[in-house]
Write a protein that binds this ligand. Structure first.
Ligand SMILES: NC(=O)c1ccc[n+]([C@@H]2O[C@H](COP(=O)([O-])OP(=O)(O)OC[C@H]3O[C@@H](n4cnc5c(N)ncnc54)[C@H](OP(=O)(O)O)[C@@H]3O)[C@@H](O)[C@H]2O)c1
Length: 269
C-alpha cells in the first residue's frame, strides 16, 4: 500500500496495528511517522520498531494519511498543539482514521474539513492478526478510499461495518470484551486453585478450555445456549455451577458491564 502514514499516539493500540502492518508487508517502516509525548519513550520505540517515532506532531500531520490513536481525553490538547504550530503544518489530504472511543465523525470532520474521515474500533487481538474491527465511514468516501480502509484493517483480522450509532456498543462488546474475558478466565483459574489445582495448571486449563469452547462454537456454528445444554447433564455438576451463576446474577452483571462500557464510551467523546 502506498503513501505516508502518520500515527498520532503510539501506545498499546497503535503498536498492535503497526506491528502487523509491517510484518504483513502492507506498509514499509519508512512509510510511517509516529509521535508520542515522552522523548525517552519515542527513542526507545523507534529503536525497537524501526519506524520514525518523535514528539513532534508536524511529520505526523504532514503524512498523506493520519491515524488518530491517542486517548479521547487527549484529543483536545493535540488539536490545540496543532493549531499553535507556527508556521502551520502542510497537512496531508488523505484518510483520517480515528480509533478514539466515543469521538464522533462530526467532530473529526470539523477538525479535518475536506478529508475523508473514518471511525475504526479495533481490538487488542489485532496484535496477532486475530482482531475484530468495527468501521463507520463518512458517506463521502470514494470506492478507492473505502478499499484502502478495508485493506488496512482486514490484515488485522475480521472487519464489521457498523453504523455510527452502533459504534459505542461495538466498542463495549468487541474492544472492552477482551478485558472481561480475561477477568473471567482469571476468576475461573482462581476457582480451580480453590478446588485444589496448582496455579500454573489452573491458568493453562482455563485458557485451553476457553479456546476449545470457542473453536467448537465456531466450527459447528452453535449458539452459546446449545453448548451449555450439551455440557449440562440432568442433576450433574455443570448445571449446579450454572445454577450458582444464575443465583449470583452473572448474566445480568455481564449485560450491565457491556452497557457500562457503552455509556462510558459515549461520555468520553
Ligand atoms: N486499548 C485498547 O484495547 C483499545 C481498543 C480500541 C480502541 N482504543 C482506543 O485507542 C486509543 C489509544 O488507546 P491506548 O490504549 O493505545 O492508549 P495509550 O497506550 O495510552 O496510548 C496513547 C498514546 O497517545 C500518545 N499521546 C497522548 N497525548 C499526546 C500528544 N499530545 N501528542 C502526541 N502523542 C500523544 C501517548 O504518548 P505517551 O506514550 O508519551 O504518553 C501514547 O503513545 C484510545 O482512544 C482508545 O479509545 C483502545
Amino acid at each position: 500500500m502506498g503513501g505516508q502514514w502518520g500515527i498520532l499516539g503510539y501506545g498499546q493500540m497503535a503498536q498492535a496495528m503497526v506491528g502487523p502492518w509491517l510484518e504483513s508487508g502492507l506498509l514499509q517502516p519508512e512509510q510511517i511517522a509516529a509521535c508520542v509525548r515522552d522523548q525517552g519513550r519515542a527513542a526507545a520505540l523507534q529503536r525497537r520498531d524501526g519506524v520514525a517515532v518523535g514528539v513532534d506532531l508536524r511529520p505526523v500531520l504532514m503524512a498523506d494519511h493520519l491515524v488518530l490513536a491517542c486517548k479521547p481525553q487527549q484529543l483536545h490538547t493535540v488539536l490545540e498543539t496543532r493549531a499553535a504550530l507556527d508556521p502551520p503544518a502542510m497537512e496531508g489530504q488523505g484518510l483520517v482514521i480515528s480509533i478514539l472511543a466515543g469521538v464522533s465523525l462530526g467532530r473529526l470532520q470539523a477538525a479535518f474539513p475536506g478529508r475523508p474521515c473514518v471511525r475504526a474500533m479495533p481490538n487488542i487481538a489485532c496484535r496477532i492478526r486475530a482482531g475484530l474491527t468495527g468501521l463507520a465511514m463518512a458517506g463521502h468516501l470514494s470506492p478507492e478510499q473505502g478499499q484502502r480502509v478495508m485493506a488496512v484493517f482486514t490484515v488485522l483480522g475480521q472487519v464489521e461495518q457498523v453504523s455510527e450509532a452502533q459504534m459505542d456498543g461495538f466498542l463495549a462488546l468487541a474492544a472492552s470484551g477482551p478485558a472481561m474475558v480475561a477477568v473471567m478466565m482469571e476468576a475461573l483459574a482462581d476457582g480451580g486453585v480453590a478446588a485444589g489445582l496448582p496455579r500454573a495448571q489452573a491458568n493453562s486449563i482455563a485458557q485451553v478450555m476457553v479456546a476449545g469452547s470457542t473453536a467448537l462454537l465456531q466450527k459447528e456454528q452453535l449458539p452459546p445456549s446449545a453448548l451449555k445444554d450439551a455440557v449440562c447433564s440432568p442433576g450433574g455438576a455443570s448445571i449446579a455451577a450454572i445454577a450458582e451463576l444464575e443465583r449470583r446474577g452473572f448474566r445480568a452483571a455481564l449485560m450491565d458491564a457491556i452497557l457500562a462500557a457503552q455509556g462510558r464510551s459515549r461520555e468520553l467523546g
